[in-house]
Design a protein around this ligand. Sequence first.
Ligand code: HGY
Ligand code: MN
Ligand code: MN
Ligand code: MN
Length: 411
Amino acid sequence: MTALRINGARLLERHKLMAGFGETGNGGVIRPALSDEETSARLALLNLARERGFACSVDPIGNLFIRRKGADEGRAPLRMGSHLDSQIPGGNFDGVYGVIAGFEVLETLEDHKVASDAPIEVVVWNNEEGARFSPTTMGSAVHAGQLSLDKALGSFDQDGNRLGDELARSLTQLGPLKSIELGSESLAYVEAHIEQGPILEQNEIPIGVVTGIQGIVQFEVRITGEEAHAGTTPRSRRKDAFWAALDLTAQLRSVTADKDDAIRFTVGRLTVLPGSPNTVPAKVAFTIDLRHPDEALLASVHTQIYQAAETLQTPCEISVITTLNSPPVCFAAKVISSIERQAAEVGLDTARIASGATHDAKFMAPLCPTGMIFIPCRDGISHNENEWADPEHMIAGANTLLGVITELTRA
Ligand code: HGY
Ligand code: MN
Ligand code: MN
Ligand code: MN
């Protein structure tokens, strides 16, 4: 019997289709969670699914589940997936590759009438990027019970739109969807994704077998001072929230400067209010994204951030809120070995690699046997419109995913 392979031309056609939703004209996309652009991408995928007779469901936080039925519909589904939302702007591969690779696996199984005992699903997680609504990996965190549904629905974007309202609006445009409960069980979960780093490309390895994901903590810092006239207020009388933010971030930058450059410390967003050139800033808000593979070190830097905020010499008030606190995870040995075996079946070299980026698979790891398949991306660029992956690698990753899913359904 010839080995089963995906339809590469169809995969690339789907990729082109998705790239049209929110395209910027500079090679990337702007497709924030629950925006019209992402909703159109979700609808396009759901319509393809409906044409194939796959069942389409949604959970209370807006995660989509596209199911190819199994012989025993009472069993927990074997799941693949990723996300369709992008950074602002973002590239054409982060997230979307894993969704279309998973969908292609479903279509290939359907084309070849491959029977499976358990159902097989592709999950489109809501708001993985966290670029519009914080925190990142929101949909999978709520699915896993690591973030409260109410808190997530009650989050706001920078324009004051509430996630719950945006979700309700988006769902009205997606056609008929079955509602399923939060936290439904999975038999296993496998996610295909670009590496978002340079290691695989530098070593000319087409398939990365992901061993785990480093820990991540995200914070929102709010500093409150007092508006004052820029011309008449001496420094000694100012409660200037901007300088407090600069002093605090400068202190944190030195606290997180480690000798092996392994601590990832990012201030990605900073807003200054009232934002007038001649009024002393009264309110500054900024985000912190902190990552490291060692849980204890991450926890100690987490504490140091709070201590620095508490002890900063400033007349302003400072509040620090942890919006995401997710320790490192290791993936399941059985999924890791299946990826290595199946890649070898397809004649592909592999290397084991830890993920610097976070993914929805992070929240699946404690729930069921979980793993990830990486493909290289050019110069390791991601969260950037120049993100790019070789079509050959896209096909190789999807064939490996097909092999792993076929193997795990037999397990
Ligand atoms: O932030 C991340 O690591 C993911 O790409 N959203
Ligand atoms: Mn991603
Ligand atoms: Mn991303
Ligand atoms: Mn004036």
